[in-house]
Design a protein around this ligand. Structure first.
Ligand code: 6PG
Length: 239
């Protein structure tokens, strides 16, 4: 079940998605005692994480009960400006009371094969409760790019992947792991994503899904889209 929320601006999307994430995290912790969250990388979600760190928005979250994973990582050291971990640390971890042991980064400094092996061990077999994703203008999510081997029959919950843009070497959650989450929440903003978003929603409506962003919907739960007006401009009747 897809739920689409269209908001006027990227700032509105950041606030609304942060509120949704905070609510989902608190609900899972209340129900299960702990919550397993996977963060998105790239630039769009930074604003959401910054809002999540604002007490009036994310203050209800008990971060001591949240285990934070990553949807993907670039194979760079954690201090590198391209690191998804660094972005999340600056935007969120440094601003909330999350125990360091609750943050399970992908060890970008080790290279993809070893980083994926260690990450699979750290992930364990329990499904993720909430997976946040951005979407590239080619329709990729995490580091699952159209036509990439990482998309098909992955041999593990997290696998090495090659990106067409630098940093090329990545590790990404596999499609089945993302789809097994109770909530998959995608954050998409900007006019550059509008044509691809229309294509993604068209595929999801038709049931003939090919693009990674069309294939990652939660199998058992909710798939929530937070989109600004610019990215939603071409959706029309497909949404
Ligand atoms: C990454 C992300 C990637 C990102 C999309 C959208 O490591 O780059 O995980 O999947 O979410 O490329 O990126 P922007 O938000 O920067 O447009």
């Amino acid at each position: 079940m897809d739920r689409l929320t269209v908001l006027p601006s990227p700032t509105d999307v950041a606030l609304a998605s942060a509120r949704a994430v905070a609510g989902a995290l608190s609900a899972v912790v209340a129900e299960k005692g702990r919550c397993r969250l996977a963060l998105a990388g790239g630039s769009t979600p930074r604003a959401t994480y910054e809002q999540l760190a604002v007490p009036d928005v994310g203050g209800s979250v008990d971060w001591t009960s949240v285990d934070v994973f990553f949807g993907d990582e670039r194979m760079v050291p954690p201090e590198d400006v391209a690191s998804n971990y660094r972005m999340a640390r600056e935007a969120l971890f440094e601003r909330v009371q999350i125990p360091p042991g609750n943050v399970h980064r992908i060890s970008g400094e080790l290279g993809a094969e070893e980083a994926a092996r260690r990450y699979v061990a750290e992930l364990g077999a329990e499904p993720l409760d909430l997976v946040l994703l951005g979407m590239g203008d080619d329709g990729h999510v995490a580091s699952l790019f159209p036509g990439s081997r990482a998309l098909e029959a992955p041999h593990a919950p997290a696998v090495p992947s090659e990106a067409p843009v630098p940093p090329h070497s990545r590790v990404t959650l596999s499609l089945p792991v993302i789809k097994s989450a109770s909530v998959v929440l995608l954050i998409v903003t900007g006019p550059g994503k509008a044509a691809r978003l229309r294509e993604v929603f068209g595929e999801r409506r038709s049931g003939k899904v090919a693009l990674p962003a069309a294939r990652v919907g939660s199998v058992t739960g909710e798939t929530d889209w937070f989109v600004d007006a610019a990215a939603a401009a071409l959706l029309g009747e497909v949404a």
